[in-house]
Design a protein around this ligand. Structure first.
Ligand SMILES: Nc1ncnc2c1ncn2[C@@H]1O[C@H](COP(=O)(O)OP(=O)(O)OP(=O)(O)O)[C@@H](O)[C@H]1O
Length: 247
């Protein structure tokens, strides 16, 4: 059973950062940021290197404690919850750096990720269901080191789905992929979103962002610089000047 949380509040957002900041000594990596990720949305964070995107992900997952402000998930304050408790509440993440076990098979990797959430009798079906969703069922007995970069990334997305998240954070999900794998990843993310998973992702590749994002938040020097649809962001001259014009 999911843990009951204190401090209820009312909002339509699934995830909310309220006046959140993270300071490293004198460096304001994230500074007075307010972000609302609506239920069912496909929301992207963009911004120059060092803008604070990864720091936001780490605060949402409980790796960093905010210096200021609060983080709400499903209208409940999760700011002080441990990482594992946030996962139990329905938040999951796929980091950019691969976290798969290369010497093991796809199935064994999935089993490691899923076994803490499912009884032995349910495990196999759940793993096969996720592999099917990712289009990697035919690779289930393959050693992970033999997979392509893209296939390893999809496996990792699969591992992050093992906890049945309502919100999935993806850090540059198509980084290092060629055009075909990038297209497949865009399709996969759309499919997960259509299945009801709210997605917040970080990306630098505007072509990829354009394929899938419905809302974009632009960060700059730790602050929210602009927010809107892809069209609104692309036609914002200030955003072009600080970021898009340089990419
Ligand atoms: N643990 C830390 N200690 C000190 N400074 C940090 C730490 N983590 C991040 N920073 C600094 O905070 C700022 C924001 O970093 P962050 O990694 O969040 O940016 P980013 O937008 O994700 O950048 P990139 O696109 O390059 O990944 C940077 O100046 C970075 O050097």
């Amino acid at each position: 059973m999911k843990k009951k949380l204190v401090e209820k509040d009312h909002s339509s957002a699934l995830l909310e950062l309220r006046d959140v900041g993270k300071y490293f000594g004198g460096l304001k990596a994230v500074d007075h940021v307010n972000i609302s990720v609506n239920e069912g949305d496909l929301h992207c964070l963009i911004g120059p290197n060092g803008a604070g995107k990864s720091t936001i992900f780490k605060m949402v997952m409980g790796v960093y404690k905010p210096t200021m402000g609060s983080i709400y998930f499903k209208n409940k304050n999760i700011t002080n919850l441990k990482s594992w408790d946030r996962v139990r509440q329905g938040v999951s993440i796929k980091m950019q750096i691969p976290g798969v076990f290369g010497e093991l098979t796809v199935y064994e990797n999935m089993k490691i990720a899923a076994q803490r959430y499912y009884r032995h009798s349910e495990l196999k079906n759940k793993i096969l269901e996720i592999c099917d969703l990712l289009g990697i069922t035919h690779l289930r007995d393959e050693i992970v080191n033999n997979l392509s970069h893209g296939q390893q990334q999809w496996l990792e997305i699969g591992m992050s789905l093992a906890s049945d998240p309502e919100l999935l954070l993806l850090d540059e999900p198509a980084a290092g992929m060629g055009p075909e794998e990038t297209n497949f990843t865009a399709e996969l993310i759309r499919k997960l979103n259509q299945k009801g998973i709210t997605i917040l992702f970080i990306d630098h590749d505007m072509d990829f962002v354009k394929k899938i994002a419905r809302k974009v938040t632009v960060l700059h020097f730790g602050k929210t610089f602009a927010e809107g649809s892809v069209e609104e962001i692309e036609s914002n001259q200030d955003v072009v000047d600080i970021y898009l014009g340089k990419s």
